[in-house]
Write a protein that binds this ligand. Structure first.
Ligand code: F6P
Length: 362
């Protein structure tokens, strides 16, 4: 009897909604169409290091016939942001072979995919990648799994905040994630009707922010405003007012820009404006995946399995012009992280509606 081929799957880096939907699609397609066995690797490289795996079947995770994977947030496999991969590369590489894997599907952002791709090259792994991140900063794909849901979460928060802002004549400053990319802030700010959107790619001046808020009041009689600020936003002086700090694991983190901007707004109005800050934080990473995230997660998972079966390793599935394509991982890393182009039509759209999105770059 022919032995079944064995496909490993892991999730790496920060979690986001839609990861389980990718896992579901991979398991269904690999087992039903190609009769491969699928092994989930818990906690990415940690699982390989410890030779841990769980067998996942199509109906193995059913709850009395109901499949929770399509709609649940997080990842059933667990994830890590940084392990001791570099120091123990040989052991991690051997884990793939010891588990008897014929191929591996890695779901990650550009940082974790880069590490895994290096291990794959070094260790002779057959790897295909799926992009995920709420930051949407993986190059060569217009969308990564998780971004759409996070945008929807922020938009809902902006909607709620608008009414309390209006009731108290306040400026609400909403700090969102994204690291050095402004996709989350720009997309949610436009969809949520923000008056000011501050993104790392388009440096701002606090005078312009205050001018915009005054204009709302003087010209339109509107005594409240919504300001969306990306955690990595910078002033036109080039200062990153986010307090960059390095955590115990050696990871650089951003925090504090929301408080800083709110404080500056209050100051430049001579304390006439009441500003309040909401830091959405990891709320943006949680919740049920949106319909669009479920859709691309499913399409990505299916195509990733096809690439494995066709032996097209070293590729990443990507979303371009409304469909799934594949791109070489090397090309992805050369162009990642992806930032908002100053010529992005969405910047012009926001400006055309009177939203302050930082100073235009000449
Ligand atoms: O990269 C995704 C992201 O959510 C960023 O937007 C954010 O800065 C970072 O991860 C937070 O990381 P952690 O979950 O490790 O605090």
């Amino acid at each position: 009897m022919e032995t079944r081929k064995r496909l490993g799957i892991l999730t790496s880096g920060g979690d986001c909604p839609g990861l389980n939907a990718v896992i579901r699609a991979v398991v269904s397609h690999a087992t039903l169409t190609y009769n491969w066995e699928v092994l989930g690797i818990p906690y990415a490289t940690e699982g390989l290091l410890k030779r841990k795996s769980v067998s996942i079947n199509v109906h193995g995770l059913d709850l009395r016939g109901m499949d929770p994977l399509l709609s649940t947030g997080g990842t059933i496999l667990g994830s890590i942001n940084k392990g001791d991969t570099e120091a123990r590369a040989e052991e991690v590489i051997a884990g793939y072979h010891d588990l008897g894997l014929d191929a591996l599907i890695a779901i990650g952002g550009d940082g974790s995919l880069k590490i895994l791709h290096q291990l794959a090259l070094q260790g002779g792994w057959n790897m295909v990648a799926v992009p995920k991140t709420i930051d949407n900063d993986v190059a060569c794909t217009e969308r990564a799994v998780g971004f759409d849901t996070a945008v929807n979460t922020i938009v809902e928060a902006l909607h709620r905040l608008t009414f309390t802002a209006a009731s108290h004549d306040r400026v609400m400053v909403v700090e969102v994630m994204g690291r050095e990319s402004g996709y989350l802030a720009l997309h949610s700010g436009i969809a949520g009707g923000a008056d000011v959107i501050l993104i790392p790619e388009s440096p701002y001046s606090i005078e312009e922010v205050c001018r915009k808020i005054s204009e709302l009041r003087d010209r339109w009689g509107r005594n409240f405003a919504i300001v969306v600020v990306a955690e990595g936003a910078k002033t036109s002086g080039g200062l990153g007012e986010s307090r960059h700090y390095t955590d115990a694991q050696g990871q650089v983190r951003l925090r504090g820009i929301g408080e800083y901007v709110a404080d500056q707004i209050a100051r430049c109005s001579g304390n006439q404006i009441e500003a309040r800050v909401t830091v959405l934080g990891h709320v943006q990473r949680g919740g049920m995946p949106s319909a669009f995230d479920r859709l691309i997660a499913t399409a990505f998972g299916k195509t990733a399995v096809d690439l494995v079966v066709e032996k097209q390793y070293g590729q990443m599935v990507a979303w371009q012009n409304g469909q799934v394509v594949s791109v070489p991982l090397q090309e992805v890393f050369t162009n990642s992280p992806r930032f908002i182009d100053p010529k992005d039509p969405l910047l012009a759209t926001a400006r055309a509606l009177g939203t302050y999105v930082g100073n235009p770059i000449p």
